[in-house]
Write a protein that binds this ligand. Structure first.
Ligand SMILES: C[S@@+](CC[C@H](N)C(=O)[O-])C[C@H]1O[C@@H](n2cnc3c(N)ncnc32)[C@H](O)[C@@H]1O
Length: 278
């Protein structure tokens, strides 16, 4: 049995007094989409959650992690994640990044990994960034960003950093960025550690790295490899964590909080094993 969620205005659908922006506003349909989620008794793991959404062809079942299917339905990403599940991560992570950059991202060249339909790009622009390169593995993500938030990205590349094409090398890997941002795209079989490492390589010495990840993926012995990667980069002095913010990324369909960590770090490319030298 399914239940229609009670939809309350989420914090993320209100205007942001600090930036004047309103994430989740772009991309909305004139009439709110009708959707329903399973009752709490049918709880599923985060990577198996699903909903049904009313389309012209009838009700359609969509897994939350089937991003291609979600992006193809205008407004579904915003309706589901912002309104119903109260996700505020694009604003949270970018706000932490901007604070660490001294309040503004003006003049920053930013690489956004796992850019999706542009909600994070919208926040980056609200904080002053203009030279933003989006990167996503799905062509549907770029199409949705162009449909819902045209002009947000100076460039938007579709590709896989673990198998770079000449175009991906030229437009991403051979560039140098002042900041790397990755929101809601690590762990759960999305962006693998090798791809994150390749993106990290494009950040200039002293540049900033901002990402969020479910807390369990940063605990020792977890299987995604992120905890090991972060430990390794910290240990050899290339990643200096400047801010760690624990918060609720969104609600599960049961209403339970999904706890994430937002990490803001500085890249030190010449920091070869400082601890070992001490
Ligand atoms: C939950 S969405 C987050 C989108 C956006 N960052 C946001 O917060 O609204 C995760 C995104 O990561 C992308 N993704 C998954 N694996 C990827 C990979 N290997 N390389 C680049 N993008 C990837 C997905 O296609 C999807 O658009």
């Amino acid at each position: 049995m399914l239940e229609t969620p009670s939809v309350r205005p989420s914090p993320s659908s209100r205007r942001d007094a600090a930036t004047g922006s309103a994430d989740c506003e772009a991309g909305r349909t004139a009439e709110p989409l009708k959707l329903a989620i399973p009752p709490p008794s049918e709880a599923a793991d985060q990577d198996r959650e699903w909903c049904v959404v009313a389309t012209d062809a009838g009700w359609k079942q969509v897994r939350f992690h089937d991003y291609a299917a979600i992006y193809e339905i205008p407004g579904l990403y915003e309706r589901l994640f912002c309104d119903v599940l109260h996700c505020d991560s694009p604003r949270t992570v970018v706000r932490e990044l901007a604070n660490s950059a001294g309040g503004s991202l003006s003049g920053y060249r930013v690489l956004e990994l796992g850019a999706g339909n542009g909600m994070v790009g919208e926040q980056l622009r609200a904080h002053g960034a203009r030279d933003i390169c989006g990167l996503d593995i799905l062509p549907q993500a770029r199409a949705a960003a162009e449909r819902d938030r045209p002009g947000t990205y100076a460039d938007y590349v579709v590709g896989d950093l673990t198998r770079p094409t000449p175009a991906l090398r030229q437009r991403v890997l051979e560039r140098q960025f002042d900041a790397l941002v990755c929101v809601a795209a690590l762990g759960f079989g999305d962006i693998p550690p090798q791809a994150f490492r390749a993106a990290f390589g494009t950040v200039r010495n002293g540049g900033l790295v901002a990402f969020n990840i479910r807390d369990k993926f940063l605990t020792a012995g977890e299987h995604s490899g992120f905890s090991r990667l972060v430990d390794e980069l910290q240990h050899d002095g290339r990643l200096e964590i400047v801010r760690r913010h624990e918060y609720v990324h969104r609600r599960a369909t049961t209403g339970a909080p999904l706890n994430y960590v937002a990490v803001i770090a500085k890249k030190q490319s010449n920091g070869v094993n400082r601890r070992a030298r001490n």
